[in-house]
Ligand binder design. Sequence first.
Ligand code: MN3
Ligand code: FE
Length: 457
Amino acid sequence: MSHEVFSPAWAEVFREQINRNDEHRRAAAGWEHPVSLVLEPVAGIPDGRRLLLDLWHGECRSARVVDAATAATADYVLSASLDHWRQIFLGTSDPILALMQGRVKLQKGGMFALARSAGAAKQLVLSARRVPTHFPDETVPAVSAPLPVASTPGPVAVNTTRTSFRSLEARGFDRSSFPYRLFQRAKRDGVWNPSDIDFTRDRADWQRLEPRQQDLVLRLTSLFQGGEESVTEDILPLLLAISREGRLEEEMYLTTFLFEEAKHMEFFRRFLDEVVGAENLGDLSRFESAPYRRIICEELPGAMRALLHDPSPAAQLRASATYNLVVEGTLAETGYRGYYAMLESADLLPGLRAGIGLLKRDESRHIAYGVYLLERLVAADHALWPELESRMGDLLEPALGVVRSLFDPYGDRMPFPLDQDEFIGFALSQFKSRMARIERASRLAPHELSGPGEDEA
Ligand code: MN3
Ligand code: FE
């Protein structure tokens, strides 16, 4: 027998399902906050509905339908429309993605703490999916999650003879195209040399840091270093796929992309050698958390290297979503921004700071290209948009896990002050605006794409 969503009977079965979910018990072991889920007003339910969950160390001690004043007493209040709750409870929408895109609104509570508990939130939703549910309007039939778009990798055709020269044709390059403009921008501001950075003061600063501070700097630097090595190596299959499609302007831009990733890798190694000292590093793999390894060592090379045998648009989309939106757009951009701000407010390690400042500028061009590529792909085939959403749904939780694993070793005593909610807020707003751009493109024809604005090129 099914129960109407957000009704007292539904709430009771939901509570039972939460308490039967061992994964939730594990993932939420440290959680001790009541949470309110709010159904926004909808035809037939003018006041909406509110569910108050008393969640305590992995257990749901009570689940009650309450009034607005009582719901507001919870530490976290999450609201969404009936359609968005339906998509979440039926499994067509990922809860973390919905939160990041603003379809589920956080009306009360810190986004950082919530993002840290992404695994528990996911389990909560899985528990809700086990409740036989019907919806007050019931006009939309219950459907399960869409099947992933199957890609059919055939042998990649290789043309072994050149038939013409694009750069000799009358039309020449498409100078107004976004990739061409991005190439110009990369040449203008992308020529900094990692070998020119002066680490003299960094060496003195490093000696004065407390062991906990050294630990955090070394942790961040080595994780970024590993990430830079991965992106250097794993961009090649994308370059090849783009080149094979004859997209000369994009290929021109991508040569700077690869060059820059190699410089980033060189830069951090200089810091490790010349400031920390190779003899003081120890085994740096001690800093790699499970979510870091999942994203950097599995998802990234997996999605990029798949292009070697399957360069289809769907595979390019998965590759760029992983590389540009998650590794660069969520982890690197936010991480470098936080790292830079941390060193700046403490006025420490000016050489490291200078390099990170230059590297951030390079990354913003990389991400701009990725957004352009994703817009181009979804404008050419609108069916790819749900594919992008599902890819992001898979990756966001481990991506947030990477962030969590940076802070966990220090408990409540971060070696440097860092505003965690500001940190995660920035990542969310960047992610949201990029996804909104790409979603807009998924409703346009290719020729209607305007490309990112001049400020982004
Ligand atoms: Mn880089
Ligand atoms: Fe990059």
